[in-house]
Design a protein around this ligand. Structure first.
Ligand code: KG4
Ligand code: ZN
Length: 349
């Protein structure tokens, strides 16, 4: 079964061909990072316009790289939400056009369900990873989301905790911007923290004593970094001072993510945990969480970095894992053509 996946929820225009929900025959991404960099974050209108320019060439490239044509496909999968409305609509309309023209079923996908599937993907000729068994706990950490889920099956998850303010990736992006380090913040903060003293600045971990103690909060940490910078007397830190500040911030963010994730995994009683989303690229997070979980006999699973950030292989993959034989046989449905973007859309049923 070959599915063409299309993803355009934020600032990456992506298309991919995935076989049987697991094997990535191609995964193409046109990134808009350079376009948004000078604004320090994603400008929604520019994102939509750039998706319009990139969507057709990216789809053509994905098919060419996979060595297939439209006639070889069994279905089209597309991110329906959540995301930026104008950005989502570009991918949705392209997917509808291909599905309609080729008489193929259109499979709408939740963006986070896609991220949760990246850990099961592999390339042709590589062994398929076993991946986390179901149910497992997933830490979903990106620029727009920070949440813990109990994942019961592909695309089916129950939210256990969420952030009360900023997402973790957003905190990395804002701290990088505050320090004049550019965008996106995660990779620059991680690189800039290498060799820094993570204990130089003590940032306190937020604790909630209400009925959602596993919830996250990153706005206090962001403000604490700002206060530290202001205390330096106005000039932005450089050299060791910068490295120490970045390492201390990164450690505080990682410690909070690890604290909540270990507590959730133990409370639910699972043997497997995964990290999904762009922040899963962070090596300090991976290493710290892997070690903390192994002390409790729990295994950590993480996708390769290129599959952690936004891509379309995860979208085609999860659609392939969820679709039924009946749905494939039914072909295009009338409601496919009325499919609209879902800007806010919870993953839990
Ligand atoms: O999943 P993603 O590509 O897009 C969203 O759906 O948001 O995640 C992007 C986020 C950005 O906030 C970026 O700064 C963060 O992931 N990120 C990282 C790292 N690489 C990307 N955060 C921390 N460390 C990294 N190495
Ligand atoms: Zn994402």
């Amino acid at each position: 079964m070959l599915i063409l996946g299309i993803e355009s929820s934020c600032d990456e225009t992506a298309a991919a061909v995935v076989e049987d929900g697991r094997c990535v025959r191609s995964s193409r991404i046109a990134t808009q990072i350079e376009i948004h960099r000078r604004y320090g974050g994603v400008v929604p209108e520019l994102a939509s316009r750039t998706h319009v320019l990139d969507i057709v060439p990216v789809i053509e490239d994905a098919l060419r790289e996979a060595g297939v044509g439209f006639a070889d496909l069994d279905a089209i999968a597309v991110t329906q939400g959540p995301g930026l409305v104008g950005a989502l609509l570009v991918g949705l309309e392209a997917a509808k056009a291909v599905a309609y023209a080729r008489g193929l079923p259109l499979l709408p996908v939740h963006h986070l369900a896609g991220h949760l599937h990246a850990v099961y993907l592999h390339r042709p000729g590589e062994p398929a990873p076993a991946g986390p068994a179901w149910p497992h706990v997933a830490l979903c950490v990106s620029g727009g989301h920070t949440a813990l889920y109990r994942v019961d099956a592909p695309g089916r998850a129950e939210m256990l905790a969420t952030t009360r303010d900023d997402a973790a990736g957003e905190a990395f992006d804002k701290v990088a911007r505050m320090l004049g380090l550019g965008y996106p913040g995660g990779p620059v903060v991680e690189r800039g923290a290498v060799g820094g003293d993570a204990r130089r600045h003590k940032f306190t971990m937020p604790r909630f004593r209400d009925d959602a103690p596993l919830d996250f909060s990153f706005s206090g940490l962001k403000t604490a970094v700002l206060t530290t910078v202001q205390a330096l007397g106005g000039a932005l830190p450089e050299g060791d001072a910068l490295r120490d500040l970045l390492a201390s911030f990164q450690q505080a963010a990682v410690d909070q993510l690890v604290d909540r994730t270990v507590a959730a995994a133990r409370a639910v009683g699972v043997r497997d945990v995964q990290i999904a989303g762009g922040v899963a690229c962070n090596g300090v997070l991976r290493a710290t969480l892997r070690e903390a979980l192994s002390a409790h006999g729990i295994t950590l699973h993480v996708a390769v970095p290129r599959d952690c950030t936004d891509n379309a292989a995860m979208i085609a993959g999860v659609a392939g894992a969820m679709v039924t034989v009946e749905r494939l046989a039914a072909g295009p449905l009338a409601e496919d053509r009325a499919l609209n973007a879902r800007v806010t859309w919870g993953l839990s049923p």
